[in-house]
Structure formats: C-alpha cells, structure tokens
Design a protein around this ligand. Sequence first.
Ligand SMILES: *Cc1c(COP(=O)(O)O)cnc(C)c1O
Length: 412
Amino acid sequence: MSVTPSDFEQQTSKVRRPSVDPNSGVSTTSVHAGEARQKPSHAITDSVVLASTFTFKNTQAIIDFIENEEERGEYGRYGVPGERVVERKLAALEGAEDAILYSSGMAAFVGVLNSVLSQGDEIIFFDECYHRSREYCRKHLSRFGVKTIDVKTGDYDAMEAAITPNTRLLVSESPTNPHLSIVDLDLFAEIGKKHNVLTIIDATLATPFNIQPIAHGVDLVMHSATKYLGGHNDLLAGVVLGKKEVLDPMRNLRGIMGAVNSPHNCYLLQRGLKTFGLRMKQHNENGLRVAEFLESHSRVEKVYYPGLESHAYHGVAKETMRGYGGLVTFLVKDADWQETARIVDAAKVARIAPSLGGVETLIEQPLVMSYFQCTPEERAEFGIDDNMIRLACGIEDADDLIADLQQCLEVE
Ligand SMILES: *Cc1c(COP(=O)(O)O)cnc(C)c1O
C-alpha cells in the first residue's frame, strides 16, 4: 500500500490536529497526539522521510500550491513531515495552539528574539536566566541597537518599573538554574498584559508535565528539548509554543535562518516523547527523595529544591507545580572548591557532564563546568559558590542515587 493523500496531508498539515481528546492525560497525549491514526504502510510508527525537497506533478501543481496555500511540503528548510508530527505533539502537551521546532534551545530563543525585536527596542530579563540567552542579547543584539535590562529574579515591581514605551519582551525562566527560583506565572503574565508587552517563559527545567505557563496567561513558552523532552541525552532541539498568529512570523524567519532539525532528529525526539510522562514521574520522585536526603545530611550546608519547605519559593512552587523536577543544587559545608571537586569525582552512578533532563544522572560543579574563567566577583554576581554541586537526577532508582551520594559525601 502506498501513502494515501489524507495520510500525507495529516502529516504535513500547517494546523494542529490533535489525534487525541484534548482532555487526555499527559502520557496518552505524549504517546498519541499529533500522529495520524493510520500511517504509511499501515505501520504503527511514523516513517522517517529522508527528503530535502518535495516534488510537484507539473507547473499547475506549483501554482495551486502557491495560490491555495496547500498543506504540503515544498523544501526541507521550511519543514519536514516528521517535524510537524512532533510540533503537534508538543503543542498538545503544552495546551498551546501551535509549536515551532528548532535545531536547539538556543536557536529557538534566538529565533524568537530576531523575529520580535527591532532597533531601539528593549527587553527585560529576570537575572537568573540562562547565561547564554543573556549573552546573546548583551553581546549581539546590542550591536543592532537592542537594549537589554536585567532585574532581580522575583522582583515584579522592579520588572514593571523597568518597562518603557520601547519594551517589547519580558523574559524569565522557571525554575531558574542552578538556584531553582520559581516565577509567579500569574503575576508575570499580568505585568505583560497590563503594558501590552509580550511575555516568554523558558520552562525547560519544569517541562509541560510540571507547569503550563500558557494556562496562566503567558504568551510564549520555550524549551530546550535537548533536556527532558528528548530525555535521552542523544539529541539537540528546541521548541517555541504559543498562539499561531504570534508564531507565524517566527516560522517564516526559521525558514530563512535554517535552524531546522534533520528528519532523523525529529524521529528521535518523537520516540523520546513516548515515555515523557513515565520519565517525568521518576525525575520528580528522584529529585524530591535526593533533595530530602541531602537536606538531612550533616555535611550539606544548604539544598536548593523547590519541593523542600526550606526553599525560598516553596509556596508558589506548591501552588503552580505538579512536581519539582530532577535538578537539585546543594552546598557542601565548609568546603573549598577543591574539596567540592573531590566529592564530585567520587560519583560512581552519576556521570560528570553538563546538561540535565536525560535518563542518566549527571553531576557537576558549576564553578568548574560553566564559570571557571569568571572572576570571583562575577561568580558572586551570578550566585555561584565554590562549594556548589548541581545534580541532575536521571531515572535510575532513587535508593541507588542516594547510596552514590552517601559514599561521595564520605570522601575526605
Ligand atoms: C540547555 C538550556 C538552554 C539551551 O538549550 P540548547 O538545546 O542547549 O541550545 C536554554 N535554556 C535552558 C533553561 C537550558 O537548560
């Protein structure tokens, strides 16, 4: 059997057609949403369509395509069939009208900024945002006359006070990295609406399993799909979600930028998403158990985890989050950076690497991994302590992760 026109149309459709009830649970959505019920060759899985270009029967077919805005592929840089499947699945998970997939989380963020901002515009960040995001604004957008303003994370009055008639975008992460501060999404969205400024939340650390910013009135959500969404430390991807009319210009720009995924990468992401709900349950459980263990340990000075009552943002986290994720940051009591490094190096289960959100638990010392070339003053400004360890819990058994940390914390 060959591909029927309706199968192909469903795979390349420009509008979201959820193939599951919108009220379905996360796992039903992550397994089924966005996919055609009947696929080419009657296969249960989608095919990986390895095409960079798509043929037309004749000249009239090209003219029909242009005049009728037909839902079909034309050239790979504007999107491939497998990409639309993943975009629809992610939109369904997020409760968003539409989604655009990019080749990485940073490509997604840059895609948004380059689409929204023009010379003379201003953008306001909560200051705990991903340092590469702020670096792009400070070092590069500044060359095009865009001004970046940082305000203290969680200071909504300061954010509102920084708004001018030139402000186009309010940016935050929730939770932030590595301090795991949580944004009050209702308040954040309200400021944007009041001043008619677009709001965007980088919800990479939360995922749509734990928070749904769009339901709180936030305009745009982005994720590094490299992390929990892909979930297996084997791909890079990014996604932006929101209303179709807001996303359309970004999709057009992506077609020019070319920050797209290969068909194979799209399939890896689609496959990773099948177990999204299961994985997130385990990440959330491991994060909480490990955080509670660390907090009770005599050699630990402080634990940052929004699920702990001791966390500065526990109240808002409890109200808005379904779970608190796999990332746990802690400080080792009275340790210098070398002693802290010895604890990291003792890990037997956790692997030493940057990133988070995959099935493998990763451990790192932020001072060494991301801030080694900064001055002590810069580290103080970013809140990076010498004795800080960041643990990104994977989906191994919590007891084994705790036993591993126990033996790490016995190191001299
Ligand atoms: C990793 C990450 C990014 C960047 O994503 P890439 O896929 O690595 O480009 C952006 N924001 C957050 C919060 C991240 O953790």
